[in-house]
Design a protein around this ligand. Structure first.
Ligand SMILES: [Zn+2]
Length: 250
């Protein structure tokens, strides 16, 4: 029997297959439905997620962690592509797809769930991502208001630290974090996804429907020359690097 530290409700999703790799990533999503609607919608679209966290913090387990759920789609992180094969996916219910604040009770429940998953599967903070981090051209979730800083205080993901990199090559720093920078479009959309997660002041608020069709504005390449963005990137890329170094030495 799989280890369960607290109660989950079960709501089976049916579209999944076998993993090709061991679990070493956690992907956080948001969806603009409550849990029951969202679960029905995923099933209809032949998609799935291991967990769904409802508005009130109720956790639904939908696919066994041992199976490969279908939540990430075409995506990339640190040059890895079959993210579904190596990750656990969590959908967080949020009507505006993370354009406005999340419910405190829901985030508390999400933090407990993440801590449990991370501890059991030994997932590194550098491998905890939002859907928009791994698919910046296609996906806006979990959204600009998702509380990454609060999660990082519980070692769920990376946040700002005291040291800055002196690197000035934006693409190089984005790629050191894990973002896909294989062409000009990817560099610009990855910069926008970086801001969505680490520097949300730079993100415009769009209606949910528009956001789903068009997760980034046309002019987002202007970010690449923005000095405040570059300063943030010099800090965050350094934290990813430091974490990598600590790991190798231990
Ligand atoms: Zn998603």
């Amino acid at each position: 029997m799989s280890y369960q530290p607290f109660a989950y409700k079960k709501a089976d999703l049916h579209h999944y297959n076998q993993r090709k790799y061991p679990i070493d990533m956690l992907v956080i999503h948001s969806m603009a439905h409550d849990a029951m609607e969202g679960i029905a919608r995923l099933d209809e679209q032949k998609l799935s997620s291991h967990y769904v966290v409802d508005y009130d913090g109720t956790i639904f387990q939908c696919v066994d962690e041992n199976n490969r759920a279908w939540h990430a789609g075409v995506s990339s992180w640190k040059g890895l592509n079959d993210i579904n094969s190596r990750s656990i996916g969590i959908e967080v219910c949020h009507r505006s797809l993370g354009q406005s604040n999340f419910n405190k009770k829901q985030i508390k429940s999400l933090i407990n769930l993440c801590k449990d998953i991370i501890e059991r599967n030994k997932i590194a903070p550098t491998m905890i991502v939002g859907h928009s981090d791994i698919a910046p051209n296609r996906k806006p979730d979990p959204g600009k208001a998702f509380p990454w800083q609060e999660l990082a205080a519980h070692n769920i993901g990376i946040w700002y630290g005291s040291r800055f990199s002196e690197e000035e090559d934006v693409a190089k720093m984005l790629s050191e974090i894990g973002y896909n920078v294989e062409n000009e479009e990817n560099i610009a959309t990855s910069a926008y996804a970086f801001c969505r997660r680490f520097f949300p002041k730079k993100i415009v608020t769009m209606p949910t429907k528009k956001l789903l069709d068009n997760p980034y504005p046309n002019n987002c390449s202007s970010l690449l020359k923005d000095s405040a963005f570059i300063r943030s990137l010099q800090n965050i890329s350094m934290q990813y690097k430091l974490y990598g170094n600590v790991k190798k030495g231990s």
